[in-house]
Design a protein around this ligand. Structure first.
Ligand code: SAH
Length: 356
């Protein structure tokens, strides 16, 4: 057993089974043994590679979409340029580079990063040297001003609870101990759950539904701010519309792993339910229809951008550039599993890529 597994086992032995969200929270962000707090998961050597790490084109196009929204909303100054969960800071560095030529944009922007892991903050400080970011533990402390916000693969890292439909309600997935004292999954006794009453109509006994407790309140807070001051939020993640089925996934050293096998040493994620995010924002903002990452990037002209970059490349560099383009946009790669929505003030135009 690794140190975090031992800690969790002691806690469960003392106080009983814990829900999946509590388990995930410790695995990802335990101050000493958490995945994001104790290791560097990204990049070509890490457990997974994200869109901005695949190619600079992702961040460049996102940056230009944000800048266009800013211009269309009357170039408010100052405004907060915000990223949730910036990882190594690559996406924000590309956004900042791509927007350098937009008149007034950099003078008006205040850079704010929401990042829980001190280790990640240090990487971001390096990547964004010269831009003086302000870090936040959560969006609750973001400044009261227009927000231009991006989040890529942030929501999939927020802990989920998982429920299995039963005739008389729901059984929740819990982490408990088996007869040998090792971590094991178990299901709670069936009980009704007001939270999932609306899913009784479209599920049958045995079906699995996931719920991300932190996502709704977080979106509500951001939506309130954008409704008051203006701005836009561009959200990218893997997932779909309306949770159904077990999507909990563990990655350890680039290979699928059992979620209980290496607590704190494996990345744990689950699909993002874009319906839940949209519903949380809808009372206050306009939410654009969910589209695939591939569609979004194509609408913003990634094909032309890729051709332009290709002109100056030869040999291996050209091959890896073309492979990156394929990986970002092709339906068999990230192109369709990854989705995006935008949140913007009612009455304001949708950002480019999300417009009709
Ligand atoms: N957006 C980056 C990295 C995504 S990984 C990219 O596209 O490459 C998730 C990021 O969110 C990491 O930086 C992680 O430390 C951070 N994170 C995870 N859970 C968080 C939480 N609850 N609050 C704030 N940041 C969190």
């Amino acid at each position: 057993m690794n140190p975090l597994a031992r800690l969790l086992a002691r806690r469960i032995a003392a106080t009983g089974p814990i829900c999946l969200a509590d388990y995930m929270a410790d695995c990802l962000l335990h101050p000493e043994y958490g995945y994001y707090t104790s290791r560097e998961p990204f990049g070509r050597q890490g457990d997974f590679i994200t869109a901005p790490e695949i190619s600079q084109m992702f961040g460049e196009l996102v940056g230009l979409a944000l800048a266009q929204s800013w211009l269309e909303q009357g170039s408010p100054a100052p405004f907060a340029l915000v990223e949730l969960g910036p990882g190594r800071g690559t996406l924000m560095a590309d956004i900042l580079r791509a927007t350098r030529m937009v008149p007034g944009f950099h003078r008006a922007l205040r850079l704010h990063l929401v990042e829980a892991a001190p280790r990640m903050r240090a990487l971001q400080a390096d990547a964004l040297r010269g831009h003086e970011p302000t870090w936040h533990d959560s969006p609750a402390t973001l400044p009261e001003m227009p927000l231009l916000l991006v989040a890529n693969e942030f929501f999939d890292a927020l802990p989920i609870r998982q429920f299995r439909r039963h005739e008389r309600g729901w059984r929740e997935l819990q982490v408990t101990l088996d007869a040998d004292g090792a971590l094991a999954f178990a299901l709670s006794e069936p009980a009704p759950l007001a939270l999932l009453d609306h899913r009784l109509k479209d599920t049958r006994p045995g079906d699995i539904v996931e719920h991300r407790p932190a996502a709704g309140p977080l979106i509500e807070a951001l939506a309130g701010s954008i409704a008051r001051h203006g701005g836009v939020a561009l959200l990218f993640d893997y997932g779909g519309w309306r949770s159904l089925g077990d999507t909990l996934q563990a990655l350890h050293r680039q290979a699928p792993d059992h979620p209980l096998a290496h607590p704190g040493q494996a990345d744990l994620t689950a699909h993002v339910d874009f319906e839940a995010l949209s519903q949380a924002a809808a009372p206050l903002l306009t939410v654009t229809p969910m589209i695939t990452q591939g569609t979004f990037l194509h609408r913003l002209g990634i094909g032309a951008r890729a051709r332009k970059l290709a002109e100056s490349l030869r040999g291996e560099a050209l091959e890896s550039h073309l492979a990156a383009f394929h990986r970002l946009t092709d339906p068999s790669e990230m192109g369709t599993l990854f989705k995006t929505i935008a949140l913007h003030p009612k009455g304001a135009p949708p950002p480019p890529g999300h417009g009709g």
